[in-house]
Structure formats: C-alpha cells, structure tokens
Design a protein around this ligand. Structure first.
Ligand code: 8YV
Length: 328
C-alpha cells in the first residue's frame, strides 16, 4: 500500500506525476483556500503533506495522535509550522533551503531598485497619460550605487544581497543579526556588523531578511522608523508581521521615510488599505522566489524530502529530529 500524500496547493504537474509513483496523492489543484476544518480533516487522513507557507501545521491541526508522519514545506521559511509541537507529536518537518537563495536575493535587489528609483509610481503616471514633457526633477529618486545598504537578518539570503550590493553596486554594507558572521564570511560579503540602532540610523536602503517568530514580530515599528533617515527606503522580503504595516503606512504618508518596497504583508493576502493608496510604496504579492526554475526546484526538493523520508526514514533537509515513527 502506498502512503497517502496530501498536496495542499497547486504545484507543477510533473512533480505530482512523479510523486504519484510512490504515493497515493490527493492534490488540491483548485486553488481554493482550505477552511480550518477541511484542512484539519484532510491532514487527519494522510501520512504525509506537501505544504506551502500558508498551510499551518500545529497541535490543533494534528490532533493528539496524528497519522501524519511528515510535512514538507515548499518554502525556506517555516513560521506556518509549530516545530516543537510537531516534534512532540512525532511529525518530521522539512523546508527548502538554498534552492531559492540567489533568486530571492535578485528580487530583493529588484525591490531596492524599483523603490529607490520610483519605477512603479512613474509607470502609473505614464500609463495614466499624465506625461506631457520632460522635467529636471521628474520622479527624482535616491541613489543606489555607492549608498549604504543595511541588512537586518544575515542568513543565506541576506548574504547574497550583501554580495550584490558590495560587489555589484559599490555599496557600503552594514548588517545586524542575532550573532555576527564569522570573519571569512563577513569578508566574502564585504559586510560589517553593527548594532540595530546604528543600522537603522545609517542605512540609505534597509532590507529585511530575518525569519518570522514571536521574537521578530514588529521588529520594525514606529520607534524604529523614527530612527531612520527621512531619505531612506525600506524593503521587506522576509515575512508579514516583521513590520508593523499600520505604523509603516503612517510613516510613508508623513514622509518620515522616503519609500518602501514590500513583497510580504501582515495578514496577507490582505494588504493594509492605506498602503494601497500611497504612491511611495512598491507592492508585490509574495513573489520573491518566483521564477519558473526556482519554484520547480523548491517543489522538487519538497518532493525529494518526502520520497527520502519514506525510503530511508530521513528527510533531506529536516527542521527537527523525531524518534522513529515507522515511515511505512
Ligand atoms: C514561498 C517564501 O514562495 O520560501 C519562503 O519562505 O517566502 C517563498 O519563497 C512561499 O512561502 C510559499 O511557500
């Protein structure tokens, strides 16, 4: 008997086809969001799940004696998982590190550029037929090359952004992290560790790339924004909730900082209504990892975690260790 696998969201048909050789696959390709009850019921009748960052796995979803043995997240971030609860209940958690690092860093840089150089704001102006003549100060933005880049959170993606800034754009790169990088990695990224206050005060462009947790909730709120330069831009490609979006909207409205580029939002896909009306913010729908190649690599790594677990008892990129609950 093949193990039963629940694929929570639409993914590549080729990945589903290959998973179907090893699993009895139930695949939600309808793109209908699960109600909490339907999700809990679906999880209860499966041995494995392939989830995305919007699908919660926690004690409530799992119940006291889960049938589920593994949830493979098609994301590097895993704040949709309660990993300690999964460990207690004997459920393996895995994510998709590395395969999206460079692509996500590219997008972080795209948002820095679009925000600093007012690309979407000026495009809307052009599309609205408002462009009548050249003006010396038309959509004058902030310099990117040679400016100071601040990075909050210096994991793999933060480091990839640092390399782009330092080596490609001649930026001075400062970062803040729970702990400094080792000297060799710092040197490779051409980045200097500073405290959070110095980071906020010195950055011309501040990029957030830290994981979401209770500890990082509202890492950027009105107090932090007040310490930033009035000419600064803020980019969030990490997770909704790391920024207090209401405080940011107010700060953008009052020109406390110049502009923001946001790929993630508190309570997404809902977006704070004030952000939707402001011209000095670039908004994208959580697409930083979205190239065809990278999304396929993410889906494939999530699938490989499942296949590996059921073949060997070990996932390839696990987030926890649990005492062996029979994989078969
Ligand atoms: C995903 C992400 O697209 O990997 C992550 O943590 O935020 C994105 O790359 C999203 O979480 C869907 O799973």
């Amino acid at each position: 008997m093949k193990p039963k696998l629940l694929v929570a969201r639409p993914i590549f048909q080729s990945v589903i086809d290959s998973l179907s050789e090893k699993f009895e696959v139930t695949s939600n390709q309808s793109d209908q969001a699960w109600t909490p009850d339907a999700w809990q019921q679906a999880i209860a009748s499966h041995d494995a799940a392939l989830t995305t960052g919007s699908d919660p796995i926690n004690a409530l979803v799992l119940g006291a004696q889960p049938r589920l043995k593994i949830a493979a997240n098609m994301a590097v971030g895993f704040n949709n998982f309660d990993v300690p609860a999964m460990t207690t209940l004997g459920v393996i958690a895995s994510n998709t590190p590395d395969v999206l690092t460079e692509t996500t860093a590219d997008f972080g840089f795209a948002l820095i550029m679009a925000t600093a150089r007012r690309m979407t704001e000026s495009e809307h102006y052009l599309r609205a037929g408002l462009w009548k003549q050249w003006r010396y100060d038309m959509f004058a933005g902030a310099e990117v090359h040679g400016s100071t880049l601040g990075i909050l959170g210096m994991g793999r993606i933060g480091q990839a952004i640092a390399r782009r800034g330092a080596l490609g754009f001649g930026m001075k790169v400062f970062y803040h992290n729970r702990s400094p990088l080792d000297a060799a990695t710092e040197n490779e990224c051409k980045a200097t560790y500073v405290d959070k206050e110095t980071l906020l005060k010195t950055a011309d462009h501040l990029v957030l790339v830290l994981p979401y947790s209770a500890a990082s909730h509202h890492s950027i709120g009105s107090k932090e924004i007040a310490q930033m330069k009035p000419t600064a831009t803020l980019v969030n490609i990490a997770r909704g909730g790391i920024v207090d979006d209401a405080a940011l909207a107010l700060a953008l409205k009052n020109k406390q900082i110049a502009a923001a580029g946001l790929d993630v939002f508190e309570g997404e896909p809902a977006v704070h209504p004030d952000l939707l009306t402001l011209p000095n913010v670039v908004l994208t729908p959580h697409i930083a990892s979205s190239t065809v190649k990278t999304r396929l690599a993410m889906a494939q790594l999530a699938a490989d975690n499942l296949v590996s677990f059921f073949a060997t008892g070990h996932a390839l990129t696990p987030l926890n260790q649990v005492p062996a609950k029979s994989a078969t």
